[in-house]
Structures are given as C-alpha cells and as structure tokens.
Design a protein. Structure first.
Length: 156
C-alpha cells in the first residue's frame, strides 16, 4: 500500500470554517461550545487524533455554512490555544487566523470557586485575567484565585 493510499482525506467545503490544530480529544468539547451538533443544520467533518507535524496528534473540524463571532474565538482559544481558523468561501481560503488568548475574559466562564461572589445570586459578570498562556491559568477578578485551564474549560 502506498503512502498516498494511507492519507486521510476529508472533502473540501464550499463555505464555512476549518478549525485546525485542536489538541487531540478536545474537538467534541469545541463543537459543544459552538452549539453545533445534530440539530444545528450544519454539515460537520471531524477528524480526531490526526498525526501532526507540530505535535504528536491533533483534531480538525470543518463546519459548512458557519461563521465565527469574536466571542467564540475567545472560547476556542481557551480550548485550543494553538488553533488556526480558515474562513472558506467558494472552496477557497478567504482568510486564515490564529486564535489568541485574550488578556481578560468577561461573562463567558463560571468561577470554579463555589464561594465566589460571581456564583451568588448577585448580578455580577465573571471576569478572569490570564496569568499564563502555557499552561493556561487565569485569576478570578473577585475571589482572586488562580485556576488551571482544565478547571476553567469545564465551566464554559
């Protein structure tokens, strides 16, 4: 069997987005936060644990007829800080963008500290300040605790 026959091939999409360089195993979580699933009406191609040149393995997601809002880019950066997003138009890459972890994240995450004022019934929007990107760590504005990215991802 030739190497060409062993290459994974996923068909091109006409219009939509391709999210590449997702850490292996995180694509399902990414689809969940983007609210694309069986009832979204989007055609989704998902490749998990694909051999990567940069790291051992990665996931890749293609979503037809879907765009990404700026707020969603911040969410993607928390799950996949090295991700690149290609915006596809008429089968061609119109724009390619690398996600960037923002310095401050507001209103997206819930604080893992159950005693934090942001988890009370007060009308307080959560605010986290990024302390470190690699590994991802963020400090809550209110309780001032520092949390690992893995603790925060579950609170999206």
């Amino acid at each position: 069997m030739t190497e060409e026959n062993q290459t994974l091939k996923i068909s091109k999409i006409r219009d939509g987005i391709v999210i590449d360089h997702i850490p292996a195993g995180r694509s399902i979580r990414l689809l969940s936060i983007l609210n694309v699933g069986e009832h979204s009406g989007h055609t989704i191609s998902l490749a998990m644990r694909v051999k990567s040149n940069k790291k051992d393995y990665k996931d890749v997601v293609k979503i037809e007829n879907r765009n990404i809002a700026e707020e969603e880019l911040s969410l993607i950066s928390l799950i996949a800080p090295d991700a690149t997003i290609s915006f596809i138009e008429n089968y061609n890459i119109k724009e390619k963008r690398k996600v960037k972890v923002p310095e401050t994240i507001s209103g997206i995450l819930r604080c893992p500290n159950q005693n934090c004022i942001s988890n009370a019934k007060e009308p307080v929007e959560t605010i986290f300040h990024i302390v470190s990107e690699d590994p991802l760590e963020a400090r809550c504005e209110y309780c001032e605790r520092i949390f690992k990215g893995s603790d925060l991802i579950g609170k999206i």
